[in-house]
Design a protein around this ligand. Structure first.
Ligand SMILES: [Zn+2]
Length: 269
Protein backbone atom coordinates (compact mmCIF):
# COMPACT_ATOMS: atom_id res chain seq x y z
CA UNK A 1 0.00 0.00 0.00
CA UNK A 2 2.76 2.43 0.93
CA UNK A 3 4.61 1.76 -2.29
CA UNK A 4 1.50 2.49 -4.35
CA UNK A 5 0.43 5.65 -2.61
CA UNK A 6 3.88 7.22 -2.14
CA UNK A 7 4.45 8.50 -5.71
CA UNK A 8 0.89 9.86 -5.87
CA UNK A 9 0.75 11.64 -2.51
CA UNK A 10 4.27 12.82 -1.72
CA UNK A 11 4.72 16.57 -2.06
CA UNK A 12 1.01 17.16 -2.69
CA UNK A 13 -1.14 19.70 -0.90
CA UNK A 14 -4.39 18.51 0.67
CA UNK A 15 -7.21 20.71 -0.58
CA UNK A 16 -9.98 18.99 1.34
CA UNK A 17 -11.04 15.89 3.23
CA UNK A 18 -14.40 14.39 2.38
CA UNK A 19 -16.31 11.84 4.45
CA UNK A 20 -18.23 9.51 2.20
CA UNK A 21 -21.79 8.66 3.22
CA UNK A 22 -21.65 5.08 4.49
CA UNK A 23 -24.41 3.12 6.17
CA UNK A 24 -22.08 0.40 7.46
CA UNK A 25 -20.24 0.28 10.77
CA UNK A 26 -18.33 3.58 10.84
CA UNK A 27 -14.54 3.52 10.99
CA UNK A 28 -12.80 5.28 13.86
CA UNK A 29 -11.61 8.77 12.98
CA UNK A 30 -9.84 10.89 15.59
CA UNK A 31 -9.87 13.57 16.78
CA UNK A 32 -13.40 14.46 15.61
CA UNK A 33 -14.17 14.44 11.88
CA UNK A 34 -14.54 18.25 11.99
CA UNK A 35 -11.16 18.82 13.63
CA UNK A 36 -9.48 16.24 11.42
CA UNK A 37 -10.72 17.98 8.29
CA UNK A 38 -9.89 21.49 9.53
CA UNK A 39 -6.35 20.53 10.54
CA UNK A 40 -5.56 18.74 7.30
CA UNK A 41 -6.75 21.33 4.79
CA UNK A 42 -3.85 23.27 3.28
CA UNK A 43 -1.14 20.95 4.61
CA UNK A 44 1.34 19.26 2.31
CA UNK A 45 2.12 15.56 2.56
CA UNK A 46 5.90 15.64 2.90
CA UNK A 47 6.45 11.90 3.13
CA UNK A 48 4.56 8.60 3.11
CA UNK A 49 5.95 5.94 5.42
CA UNK A 50 5.10 2.48 6.61
CA UNK A 51 4.93 1.83 10.34
CA UNK A 52 4.47 -1.92 10.82
CA UNK A 53 1.01 -2.52 9.32
CA UNK A 54 0.06 1.16 9.15
CA UNK A 55 0.45 3.84 6.51
CA UNK A 56 1.75 7.16 7.84
CA UNK A 57 1.32 10.48 6.02
CA UNK A 58 3.84 12.98 7.40
CA UNK A 59 2.39 16.49 7.16
CA UNK A 60 4.26 19.73 6.55
CA UNK A 61 3.01 21.14 9.87
CA UNK A 62 4.76 18.38 11.84
CA UNK A 63 1.77 16.15 12.59
CA UNK A 64 1.00 12.69 11.20
CA UNK A 65 -1.98 10.91 9.74
CA UNK A 66 -1.85 7.25 10.73
CA UNK A 67 -4.08 4.95 8.67
CA UNK A 68 -4.49 1.43 10.01
CA UNK A 69 -6.36 -0.72 7.50
CA UNK A 70 -6.68 -3.75 9.86
CA UNK A 71 -8.50 -6.68 8.22
CA UNK A 72 -10.48 -5.16 5.40
CA UNK A 73 -9.31 -1.61 4.72
CA UNK A 74 -7.61 -0.38 1.56
CA UNK A 75 -6.01 2.81 0.36
CA UNK A 76 -6.91 3.42 -3.26
CA UNK A 77 -6.18 5.89 -6.00
CA UNK A 78 -8.45 4.09 -8.47
CA UNK A 79 -12.19 3.42 -8.32
CA UNK A 80 -13.08 1.37 -5.23
CA UNK A 81 -14.31 -2.25 -5.42
CA UNK A 82 -17.70 -1.10 -4.09
CA UNK A 83 -19.06 2.39 -3.57
CA UNK A 84 -20.95 1.66 -0.34
CA UNK A 85 -17.76 0.99 1.64
CA UNK A 86 -15.97 4.22 0.76
CA UNK A 87 -14.95 6.08 3.92
CA UNK A 88 -12.62 9.04 3.62
CA UNK A 89 -11.38 10.81 0.51
CA UNK A 90 -8.41 13.16 0.40
CA UNK A 91 -8.60 15.71 -2.44
CA UNK A 92 -5.21 16.91 -3.60
CA UNK A 93 -4.09 20.01 -5.45
CA UNK A 94 -4.09 18.94 -9.12
CA UNK A 95 -0.82 17.94 -10.73
CA UNK A 96 -0.39 16.76 -14.29
CA UNK A 97 -0.19 12.99 -14.63
CA UNK A 98 -1.06 12.35 -10.98
CA UNK A 99 -4.22 11.23 -9.23
CA UNK A 100 -6.38 14.08 -7.95
CA UNK A 101 -7.40 12.19 -4.84
CA UNK A 102 -6.94 9.02 -2.86
CA UNK A 103 -9.29 7.34 -0.48
CA UNK A 104 -9.65 4.92 2.38
CA UNK A 105 -12.11 2.13 1.68
CA UNK A 106 -13.11 -0.40 4.33
CA UNK A 107 -15.59 -3.24 3.93
CA UNK A 108 -15.93 -4.15 7.58
CA UNK A 109 -15.22 -0.82 9.21
CA UNK A 110 -12.43 -2.09 11.46
CA UNK A 111 -9.88 0.42 10.21
CA UNK A 112 -8.81 3.62 11.93
CA UNK A 113 -7.68 7.01 10.65
CA UNK A 114 -5.98 9.16 13.24
CA UNK A 115 -4.23 12.51 13.32
CA UNK A 116 -1.31 12.40 15.77
CA UNK A 117 0.99 15.08 17.15
CA UNK A 118 4.74 14.47 17.19
CA UNK A 119 4.55 13.37 20.83
CA UNK A 120 1.67 10.96 20.16
CA UNK A 121 3.56 9.53 17.19
CA UNK A 122 6.63 8.91 19.37
CA UNK A 123 4.40 7.17 21.94
CA UNK A 124 2.89 4.95 19.25
CA UNK A 125 6.36 3.98 18.01
CA UNK A 126 7.39 3.16 21.56
CA UNK A 127 4.42 0.82 22.03
CA UNK A 128 5.35 -1.15 18.94
CA UNK A 129 8.17 -3.65 18.92
CA UNK A 130 10.99 -3.31 16.40
CA UNK A 131 10.06 -3.63 12.72
CA UNK A 132 10.20 -7.28 11.68
CA UNK A 133 12.44 -6.48 8.70
CA UNK A 134 15.08 -5.09 11.06
CA UNK A 135 15.15 -7.92 13.59
CA UNK A 136 18.27 -10.10 13.43
CA UNK A 137 18.85 -13.52 15.02
CA UNK A 138 20.05 -12.18 18.38
CA UNK A 139 17.07 -9.85 18.61
CA UNK A 140 14.73 -12.74 17.79
CA UNK A 141 16.37 -14.76 20.56
CA UNK A 142 15.82 -11.94 23.06
CA UNK A 143 12.22 -11.35 21.91
CA UNK A 144 11.21 -15.02 22.02
CA UNK A 145 12.95 -15.68 25.34
CA UNK A 146 10.57 -13.22 26.95
CA UNK A 147 7.43 -15.34 26.46
CA UNK A 148 6.24 -18.91 26.80
CA UNK A 149 3.47 -18.56 24.27
CA UNK A 150 3.66 -20.66 21.10
CA UNK A 151 6.10 -19.07 18.66
CA UNK A 152 3.40 -18.36 16.06
CA UNK A 153 1.26 -16.48 18.57
CA UNK A 154 4.28 -14.48 19.78
CA UNK A 155 5.17 -13.47 16.22
CA UNK A 156 1.80 -11.71 15.89
CA UNK A 157 2.23 -9.75 19.12
CA UNK A 158 2.96 -6.24 17.83
CA UNK A 159 4.52 -5.17 21.14
CA UNK A 160 7.21 -7.81 20.65
CA UNK A 161 7.82 -7.44 16.94
CA UNK A 162 5.86 -5.20 14.58
CA UNK A 163 4.64 -5.93 11.09
CA UNK A 164 4.01 -9.68 10.80
CA UNK A 165 0.46 -10.47 9.69
CA UNK A 166 -1.28 -13.76 10.37
CA UNK A 167 -0.71 -15.43 7.02
CA UNK A 168 2.94 -14.38 6.90
CA UNK A 169 3.64 -15.95 10.31
CA UNK A 170 2.60 -19.38 8.94
CA UNK A 171 4.75 -18.91 5.84
CA UNK A 172 7.80 -17.79 7.83
CA UNK A 173 7.66 -20.75 10.22
CA UNK A 174 7.22 -23.17 7.34
CA UNK A 175 10.31 -21.85 5.59
CA UNK A 176 12.21 -21.93 8.87
CA UNK A 177 11.10 -25.53 9.53
CA UNK A 178 9.73 -24.78 13.00
CA UNK A 179 6.46 -25.98 14.51
CA UNK A 180 4.05 -23.09 15.14
CA UNK A 181 3.12 -24.72 18.45
CA UNK A 182 6.63 -24.73 19.85
CA UNK A 183 7.08 -22.65 23.00
CA UNK A 184 8.87 -19.39 22.15
CA UNK A 185 11.33 -19.93 25.00
CA UNK A 186 12.47 -23.22 23.48
CA UNK A 187 13.45 -21.73 20.14
CA UNK A 188 17.19 -22.19 19.75
CA UNK A 189 19.73 -19.75 18.39
CA UNK A 190 20.08 -21.59 15.02
CA UNK A 191 16.28 -21.58 14.74
CA UNK A 192 16.29 -17.81 15.40
CA UNK A 193 18.71 -17.43 12.51
CA UNK A 194 16.30 -19.30 10.27
CA UNK A 195 13.35 -17.19 11.48
CA UNK A 196 15.26 -13.95 10.81
CA UNK A 197 16.16 -15.08 7.30
CA UNK A 198 12.69 -16.42 6.46
CA UNK A 199 11.01 -13.24 7.79
CA UNK A 200 12.97 -11.08 5.39
CA UNK A 201 12.35 -13.45 2.48
CA UNK A 202 8.60 -13.68 3.10
CA UNK A 203 7.93 -10.01 3.87
CA UNK A 204 10.05 -8.70 1.01
CA UNK A 205 8.38 -11.07 -1.43
CA UNK A 206 4.95 -10.01 -0.14
CA UNK A 207 5.85 -6.34 -0.63
CA UNK A 208 7.08 -7.11 -4.14
CA UNK A 209 3.86 -8.95 -5.03
CA UNK A 210 1.74 -6.26 -3.32
CA UNK A 211 0.13 -8.50 -0.76
CA UNK A 212 -2.30 -11.38 -0.99
CA UNK A 213 -5.79 -11.43 -2.36
CA UNK A 214 -7.46 -14.30 -0.53
CA UNK A 215 -10.70 -16.10 -1.36
CA UNK A 216 -12.83 -13.23 -0.04
CA UNK A 217 -11.20 -10.94 -2.62
CA UNK A 218 -10.85 -8.11 -0.11
CA UNK A 219 -7.23 -7.22 -0.56
CA UNK A 220 -6.49 -4.97 -3.55
CA UNK A 221 -3.50 -2.78 -4.35
CA UNK A 222 -3.93 0.99 -4.69
CA UNK A 223 -5.13 0.59 -8.27
CA UNK A 224 -7.87 -1.81 -7.12
CA UNK A 225 -6.07 -4.79 -8.65
CA UNK A 226 -5.44 -8.16 -7.03
CA UNK A 227 -2.23 -8.61 -5.08
CA UNK A 228 -0.41 -11.70 -6.30
CA UNK A 229 1.40 -12.99 -3.22
CA UNK A 230 -1.29 -15.66 -2.76
CA UNK A 231 0.39 -17.54 -5.63
CA UNK A 232 3.54 -17.70 -3.49
CA UNK A 233 1.89 -19.20 -0.38
CA UNK A 234 3.39 -22.54 0.50
CA UNK A 235 1.09 -23.44 3.41
CA UNK A 236 -1.42 -20.66 4.08
CA UNK A 237 -4.91 -21.60 2.89
CA UNK A 238 -3.50 -24.87 1.49
CA UNK A 239 -4.93 -27.37 3.98
CA UNK A 240 -4.83 -30.93 2.58
CA UNK A 241 -2.20 -30.11 -0.06
CA UNK A 242 1.10 -31.95 -0.15
CA UNK A 243 3.90 -29.90 1.38
CA UNK A 244 5.98 -28.28 -1.40
CA UNK A 245 9.05 -28.40 0.83
CA UNK A 246 9.30 -32.09 1.82
CA UNK A 247 6.78 -33.55 -0.66
CA UNK A 248 5.62 -35.95 2.10
CA UNK A 249 3.67 -34.04 4.72
CA UNK A 250 0.07 -32.91 4.25
CA UNK A 251 -0.63 -29.29 5.20
CA UNK A 252 -2.70 -29.02 8.35
CA UNK A 253 -4.84 -26.18 9.70
CA UNK A 254 -5.11 -25.45 13.42
CA UNK A 255 -6.45 -22.47 15.37
CA UNK A 256 -4.14 -20.56 17.71
CA UNK A 257 -5.36 -17.50 19.63
CA UNK A 258 -8.48 -17.46 17.39
CA UNK A 259 -6.42 -17.23 14.20
CA UNK A 260 -5.80 -19.92 11.58
CA UNK A 261 -2.35 -21.45 11.40
CA UNK A 262 -1.23 -23.67 8.53
CA UNK A 263 1.82 -25.91 8.76
CA UNK A 264 3.42 -29.19 7.66
CA UNK A 265 3.61 -31.68 10.55
CA UNK A 266 6.39 -33.49 8.72
CA UNK A 267 9.02 -30.80 8.25
CA UNK A 268 8.03 -28.38 11.02
CA UNK A 269 9.10 -29.99 14.27
ZN1 LIG B 1 6.81 -30.51 4.75
Amino acid sequence: MVRGIRPEATGREILDVEYCPCERKPIEISPSTTTFRRKLRGQTISEVRRLAKRVVLCLSGGSFVVIEPRMSGLILVADPPTTEHRRVCWHLKPRRGKASSFEFWDRRGLGTVRLLTEVEMAELQERLGPDALEVDASMWKAILSSTRRPVKVAMLEQKLVAGIGNLYASEILHRAGISPQRSSQKITRPQCERIAEATIQVLETAIKYEGSTLGDGTYRNVLNQDGSYQNEHRVYDREGDTCPQCSQGVIKRIVQAQRSTFYCPKCQK
